[in-house]
Design a binder for this molecule. Structure first.
Ligand code: FAD
Ligand code: NAG
Ligand code: NAG
Ligand code: NAG
Ligand code: NAG
Ligand code: NAG
Length: 441
């Protein structure tokens, strides 16, 4: 069995998974003087998934993790300036163009980012910042002791470190280790949450006024969200929209869930999606966007049959974040939203080892304080994520409501009373009010 040489600079954080959570927490850990090593089971950046809608409460965290990266990203992105909610006839239920002011007000811009490109950009930054990244390493189990952790990977490889950060997604091996091996409890299953999603990319139609907005079209029993997105591999103005349709489907039919080639996409849209939403009364330009799809993805929303309690988010030296702690329906962009909140939550609580204080003493202290730090982090993040997972579930039901008249009325009222705007401002003042976190202000 080959034991891998690991640089002696403690503490070493073994970060498992390089979805979006892993690279971000790795950069944040490095900022505080830790040595992260990121492990990823796959060796290629497969072009799957659609886009991620980012708002200031997420982009601010990315700005803390890597300000230089975000500066470049903002310069190259099609920033979103507005959000509108419309009814099936295309009449505005509410919205505003306040997002142009979001950077000044909340310290981050809003934009849509192709997930593959987002992940690739993060992974590239790891190399630029000298963070070790090991691809093709699939975690099999972790053993923790009083002095550290040993992680076992495929092909008999091992790695030792001081603690493990589990960013290994919905079917997390780190979660299984904490719950089954360490706590001797039952690892909860993921459960279908009642909605299926069709998502895709389509050309922005000619004459589409103000393409730089998030648009939600609430129709009869269905909903479409669309917005322009950024793909850095394709320079120039974005010519495509990302869209997503939510459908209430009682039973999941996994066999159809995948990414489709362009010719197949158009056929499935015409033969399956359009007839299914025929009664929704979507306006003609939305139907046209769907019809002209160049790439289609179908998937279902899942979350855990039973949420984890804060104590299940960690052991003494293992801690979960992102989808490993709280898998959720992907359609609402909550996944990334929650991950970035988790990343900031742990970052905030970990002691800063770059201050010049006696490092050896700090490290010895960390041996006894780490479990309490993990618990505090979990106690803070667990209620927020439980609410968001429930919220995501509830929101998909609102989006597919058959009682659409009452729904549209209540959406309209939320904007009219200022509640919708107030709520968005509240969200975007998270996890800290301005562009920089309070302690570094
Ligand atoms: C392929 C894919 C496409 C997605 N597309 C979208 C999308 O279009 N829109 C959207 O809103 N959300 C999407 N999501 C979900 C969204 O990315 C997540 O909700 C969010 O990024 C939080 O992710 P995470 O990093 O915690 O987990 P994930 O994104 O699931 O990343 C987990 C990572 O860990 C790796 N991993 C898993 N097990 C092991 C192991 N044993 N050893 C080593 N590595 C391991 C996985 O390969 C993966 O890279 C997608 C997720 C995936 C995996
Ligand atoms: C973050 O969460 C809020 C509130 O639940 C949601 O409205 C918003 O779209 C999310 N932001 C991102 C970046 O997905
Ligand atoms: C959308 O709103 C307009 C204006 O209030 C209204 O006339 C129209 O009937 C609404 N459409 C639907 C489908 O409710
Ligand atoms: C992003 O750009 C690359 C390079 O042009 C291309 O291969 C890929 O298909 C693009 N993705 C989308 C969705 O446009
Ligand atoms: C975004 O806002 C919601 C609602 O306030 C919050 O629960 C979530 O944690 C925030 N996300 C981030 C990344 O801070
Ligand atoms: C625990 O203490 C030892 C000895 O000071 C140190 O080498 C190690 O890095 C510490 N572990 C953690 C998690 O800080």
């Amino acid at each position: 069995m080959a034991t891998t040489e690991i640089p002696v600079k403690p503490p070493i954080a073994l970060v498992i998974g390089s979805g979006l959570t892993g690279p971000v927490i790795a950069m944040l850990l490095q900022k505080k003087g830790y040595t992260p090593i990121v492990f990823e089971k796959y060796t290629e950046n497969a072009d799957i998934g659609t886009t991620i809608a980012l708002m200031p409460n997420g982009t601010k965290v990315l700005g803390v993790a890597d300000p230089e990266m975000m500066k470049e990203v903002y310069e190259r992105s099609r920033l979103i300036s507005a959000i509108y909610e419309l009814n099936a006839t295309g009449d505005v239920l509410g919205g505003n163009d306040d997002m142009v002011n979001y950077h000044a007000k909340f310290g981050g811009h809003a934009f849509g980012w192709q997930r593959t490109n987002f992940r690739f950009t993060l992974v590239e930054r790891l190399a630029k910042r000298g963070i070790e990244f090991r691809e093709g390493w699939a975690l099999e189990k972790v053993v923790e002791s009083e002095t550290g952790v040993t992680a076992y990977f495929n092909e008999g490889r091992t790695a030792v470190g001081d603690f493990v950060v589990g960013c290994d997604g919905a079917n997390s091996v780190v979660r299984r280790t904490i719950i089954e091996d360490i706590r001797g409890a039952k690892n909860p299953h993921a459960m279908y949450s009642g909605t299926t999603h069709w998502a895709g990319f389509s050309p922005i139609p000619e004459g589409w006024a103000d393409p730089s907005s998030f648009r939600h079209i609430f129709a009869k029993g269905s909903h479409v969200v669309c917005y322009p997105f950024t793909n850095f591999s394709r320079p120039g103005a974005p010519t495509e929209f990302s869209w997503g349709v939510t459908l209430r489907v009682p039973e999941p039919s996994k066999k159809n869930w995948r990414t489709y080639a362009p010719d197949e996409s158009a056929r499935l849209i015409a033969e399956q999606l359009l007839p299914t939403i025929a009664n929704a009364d979507f306006p003609p330009h939305i139907i046209r966007i769907l019809r002209e799809t160049t790439r289609l993805i179908k998937f279902g929303s899942y979350d855990l049959e039973e949420e984890l309690k804060p104590a299940e988010w960690h052991s003494d030296r293992l801690v979960l974040m992102g989808d490993s702690a709280h898998p959720s329906g992907v359609s609402l962009g909550q996944g990334v939203n929650m991950s970035l909140g988790d990343c900031y939550g742990l970052y905030e609580l970990l002691p800063d080892l770059t201050t010049g204080a006696d490092l050896a003493a700090q490290l010895t202290r960390l041996n006894t304080t780490l479990p309490a730090i993990f618990q505090k982090y979990a106690e803070k993040r667990q209620p927020i994520t439980v609410a968001l997972v429930k919220g995501a579930r509830a929101q998909s039901l609102v989006r597919t409501a058959l009682d659409w008249e009452a729904r549209d009325e209540s959406l309209r009222t939320r904007w009219e009373t200022g509640e919708a705007k107030r709520r968005m401002e509240e969200i975007n003042s998270e996890p800290f009010p301005g562009a920089v976190p309070p302690e570094s202000a």
